[in-house]
Structure formats: structure tokens, C-alpha cells
Design a protein around this ligand. Structure first.
Ligand SMILES: [Zn+2]
Length: 81
């Protein structure tokens, strides 16, 4: 039991693990008008980058997806290059 607890604590403080950049700032909402915030999560071809690549958590990835889709609909971001 003690070993398990120690292991959990080790995992939490592992520097190799990526922290979600939105969780770090406590973002509750990602604005579709905020292009600089979304830019690092869109690749050259206009696709949304994968979660395992950027380290964004599931909650914020869903928010990001909604924001990017809204921005595309409003013609602020290209659907495809
Ligand atoms: Zn997050």
C-alpha cells in the first residue's frame, strides 16, 4: 500500500509528463476569435493537432475543437491549405 502511494506521488511529479497548457492557466473557455491561442494547435495544412502531440487534456481538446470549428465557419481560419 505504501509502495503504491509512493509510486502515485512519483508519477505526479514526473518532469517528463506534459502538463496541459490550458489547465496551467485555468482556462474555462477557449475563444474562437483568439487566433494566437489556437495557432500552436493547428498544423500547416489547417488540421487540428493530436492530443498526444500537444499534451492538451481531453476537456480542453474538445473546447479547442469547438473553437477551431467556429473560427473556420466564420472564415477566420482556412479549412485546408
Ligand atoms: Zn486542460
Amino acid at each position: 500500500m505504501a509502495f503504491q502511494k509512493q509510486k502515485q506521488q512519483q508519477r505526479r511529479t514526473d518532469p517528463r509528463l506534459k502538463q496541459c497548457p490550458f489547465c496551467e492557466h485555468g482556462a474555462k473557455y477557449i475563444d474562437y476569435k483568439d487566433y494566437p491561442a489556437m495557432k500552436p494547435y493547428i498544423d500547416y495544412f489547417g488540421n487540428i493537432r493530436k492530443r498526444y502531440y500537444t499534451g492538451v487534456c481531453l476537456k480542453h481538446q474538445k473546447m479547442l475543437k469547438t473553437a477551431i470549428e467556429r473560427a473556420r465557419f466564420m472564415a477566420m481560419i482556412a479549412y485546408r491549405k
